[in-house]
Design a protein around this ligand. Structure first.
Ligand code: GLA
Length: 394
């Protein structure tokens, strides 16, 4: 479903009486080229922002009321809250947990309380539960909008950190990748981000006669705290073992050679596998960045395959559906590489596909996938886009 800005404005005017100075913002979702589960381990990631994401129409109120409406959750109707930070209810189960988390984070991180309430209408065109960071795009859209509306003078990197904290508040101890790329993405570029220092570099994603295709398994995933936070704890355990000999704050600071030498210090086999994934994946990201910068997309494709194998066997966050999609993709003549992307357990995979064979590719992979799983997948050609922005004044 795609709704025009004009229709979104009309909808806003139908729902809310207060139509003064309504502003429109857009924050994108993302796909990660490579570097999975490296972010909270102080390693590197290499994501791109997409042209799908969250639209936010927002208008200041004169009182302290906060009204939300989402076109994606119309059944919930208008949801009323307040800017009063003491009244924020952590037990909220609806989507307003994210913008309310942003209000909370602004208070905690910047000592800012919003001086006025607002009316907000949200519409997201990222497929539901696809793992393309719809929640990060909601949080980034709100954090950026508050910054603009209330002249808070917060830079975009800090916006990303505030949005990340909102996600923690909602229960997932995620890293910074999704919020960072949603805030800082650049058209036709990937962002190599050092998740420890937050230093970043843009690299043009020039795939020549190839395209980046997103394959949505349509196996719904909820990035819920349990599995994700469990992986975090396993990585911490691995690090603890290695720290007996190595002076490192994060797994992402440990080289493959050091790991080879000291991996015996990790007694727990699961923690060993998780750590091996993080350390080898981190090395792959740096290699991938170099290869892409030199235009070597063939070798880049091979790294995607290696990344998937590591996520499947060592990090164990893939699933049958993602394995079927990626192996069918790799069989197809005209594919350079394929991997799951994002947190896994369902959601999406990506493939680098010869542009003039895209149609045959989607038919080939789609048929195999549906035959084996009974699910119809969705294919999206990635359009690499800019990070969060203000679209216009309504
Ligand atoms: C989710 C999290 C990110 C990152 C990825 C896995 O998208 O929000 O911080 O950890 O999973 O790479």
């Amino acid at each position: 479903m795609n709704i025009s800005i004009e229709s979104l404005r009309e909808k806003f005017n139908q729902i809310f009486e207060n139509k003064n100075d309504t502003k429109i913002f857009f924050a994108p979702g993302r796909v990660n080229l490579i570097g999975e589960y490296t972010d909270f381990n102080g390693g590197y990631v290499f994501p791109v922002a997409l042209d799908i994401g969250t639209y936010l129409l927002i208008s200041k109120r004169n009182d302290h009321k906060v009204n939300f409406y989402s076109i994606n959750f119309e059944d919930s109707g208008k949801i009323e809250k307040s800017t009063d930070i003491k009244k924020i209810d952590k037990n909220t189960t609806d989507w307003t947990l994210y913008p309310m988390g942003v209000i909370h984070s602004l208070y905690e991180m910047e000592s800012v309380t919003l001086p006025h309430g607002f009316d907000a209408l949200v519409y997201g065109n990222i497929p539901n539960s696809a793992g393309l960071s719809s929640s990060a795009s909601v949080s980034v859209a709100f954090a950026y909008a508050f910054n603009e509306m209330y002249n808070l003078n917060i830079d975009k990197v800090r916006i990303a950190l505030i949005a990340q904290k909102a996600e923690h508040y909602a229960g997932t101890l995620c890293g910074i990748m999704d919020q960072f790329i949603s805030a800082m993405g650049k058209k036709d570029h990937g962002v190599l981000l050092n998740c420890d220092t937050l230093e970043y570099k843009y690299a043009p994603v020039k795939l020549e006669n190839y395209s980046l295709i997103i394959m949505n398994s349509n196996k719904k995933r909820a990035l819920n705290e349990s599995k994700y936070n469990e992986r975090r704890a396993e990585c911490d355990k691995g690090l603890l073992g290695l720290k007996k000999e190595l002076n490192a704050d994060y797994l992402g600071h440990i080289t493959e050679n050091e790991f080879e030498k000291y991996s015996h210090l990790i007694e727990d086999n699961i923690a060993l596998k998780r750590s091996r994934h993080v350390i080898t994946e981190n090395a792959r990201v740096l290699k991938a960045f170099e290869l892409l910068s030199n235009g070597d997309i063939k070798e880049f494709g091979k790294l995607l395959n290696d990344s998937h194998t590591s996520l499947k066997n060592d990090f164990e966050v893939s699933c049958r559906e993602l394995d079927i999609l990626t192996s069918a993709a790799r069989e197809f003549d005209g594919v350079l590489g394929s991997r799951m992307t994002g947190a896994g357990f369902g959601g999406c995979a990506i493939a680098i596909v010869l542009s003039d064979r895209e149609k045959e590719f989607t038919k080939y992979v789609g048929d195999i996938y549906t035959k084996e799983t009974g699910i119809v997948p969705e294919f999206i050609k990635a359009v690499i886009s800019d990070g969060v922005s203000k679209l216009s004044k309504a």
